[in-house]
Design a protein around this ligand. Sequence first.
Ligand SMILES: Nc1ncnc2c1ncn2[C@@H]1O[C@H](COP(=O)(O)OP(=O)(O)OP(=O)(O)O)[C@@H](O)[C@H]1O
Length: 273
Amino acid sequence: MNTTFVERKQITEEITADNTQLSKQTKISVKDLNLFYGDKQALYDVSINIKEKEVTALIGPSGCGKSTFLRTLNRMNDLIDSVKINGEIIIDGDDIYRSNDVIKLRTKVGMVFQKPNLFPMSIYDNVAYGPRMQGIKNKSKLNKIVEESLRGAAIWDEVKDRLKSSALGLSGGQQQRVCIARAIAMKPDIILMDEPTSALDPISTLKVEELITTMKNDYTIVIVTHNMQQAARVSDRTAFFLSGEIIEFDETSKIFSMPNDQRTEDYVTGRFG
Ligand SMILES: Nc1ncnc2c1ncn2[C@@H]1O[C@H](COP(=O)(O)OP(=O)(O)OP(=O)(O)O)[C@@H](O)[C@H]1O
């Protein structure tokens, strides 16, 4: 078949656009990651590609290394002296353990912890804290960031009339959403969540889950959860960890309905763990 130059150019552009789309999809690429606490190995040859603007759930029994793995993604384990790491974690083309700019990394990769950990200051100051540390002093700029972040965390309407009140006066569920707003205020690309609803009541849990589902339009989210229903409800892909290894990583619907590995099936059906 003879194609004209214009047709060939168009086809090439389409293929390039497709490839760009494909290469854009992996946000975090982890290869052969091993982590040791002193002599004790906690992660074994972990390799995984985490896609952008998706929710990836990390599941597995207690002590299997989910939180340890999550913390490698923004180098939180660097804070522990005995930790040794080898392998590769590439985020947006940068090997994060070869670069020394940990502050930049933690700006790009925000984190929300198990228990709300707001500072004993006003709601406004909690959310404005990070941007102020980055040197933003302009009042109207800060107001805008605080409002956008609280809106982004689906808590604006509940707190807009009490921004100057102590954040610690909020309910646990509200505090956790302000923690999410505080993470959003740093304009991250990736948000890591370590069992973000385990300290919350069922209604607050549902609100945070709804929030996570809408947030994936803007952020890549990696969440550790012990709650199988939660993983099934909020995530696109799920990684099953066991004894420091990833046993299986696939679309969440597959992991929960037709896993490849018997150990995954035993875990998701509650036969162990
Ligand atoms: N700071 C530390 N020093 C030494 N060992 C640690 C440290 N943190 C975790 N470990 C060990 O590493 C292994 C993995 O722990 P990790 O907390 O990552 O597991 P997890 O899957 O997140 O568990 P859980 O679901 O109970 O939170 C465990 O054996 C744990 O005891």
